[in-house]
Ligand binder design. Sequence first.
Ligand SMILES: [Zn+2]
Length: 292
Amino acid sequence: MTYIIMDLEWNNSYMKSTQKFINEIIEIGAVKLDEQLNEIDIFSELIKPVVSRKLRSRIKNLTHITNDDIKSGKPFSKVISEFEKWVGEDAVFLTWGDTDIRTLLSNIKTFLKKDDITFLRKYADLQRYCQCFINMENIQQAGLSYAAQCLQIDAEKFPHHRALDDSLLSAECFKKTFNAEKLKGFIKECNEDFYARLAFHPYVIKHKDDPLIDKNIFNCYCDICGGKVKTIKKWKFSNQSFRGIFFCENCNREFRVSLRIKKFYDYIDIKRNYTEIIRTDEKLEQKPQENT
Ligand SMILES: [Zn+2]
């Protein structure tokens, strides 16, 4: 068994044929480790893009890859078939966050007309795994260089933000935190469910009668006394959430409630926010007029 840690560079380009933007892969970098975590090989190839031959300045600045560099790259299909041979049969694949694997899949679908990544058998999100070893207070997701810093790895050794450098740095994070038992919980078989999850894009639910939502979540109570409230303005969907205005007779207060309901692959996330409403006419009464 081997561990393959992969990183990609891509260029966001507009595809006329689909009228959509695609993150077109321009570089694949990867490191292969054996079961004892010894580095046994590396992979690094530039890809000649077909959708856009001009790199966005963000990519040029970040990676220092030039338009001339990619011109001399190999075609995507050729690099993928070389990579497939290099990966071999019995690899656990790791990437920092799942964006790289999503991007690889979308490029394979678009350019090779295949529905899955044939050489991907087992996969783990290295970012999620490494976050178990990092104090995550105040941040939602640890960037690679932040994680390296927390794990006392010298990121300066891999300064280029190129695919190979970033995969080498990810490999350092992996080695530093390696725990076979813990890792098991993160390794996923790349089956139908895996691809369904990967292809799923979380979305905000916009209709009150959507069958996915329990109607009771629209019942509103005062967030201070917990009592029943009068509806002043009915629920209305705007700006990614349902909004309504309510009045609590017990507390003599009016408040706005916003409810954002988001569907993820296997759960629904509900965020409820209360905002006190202070009427302007009351404010004026309280404040002495300045100009009289
Ligand atoms: Zn109340």
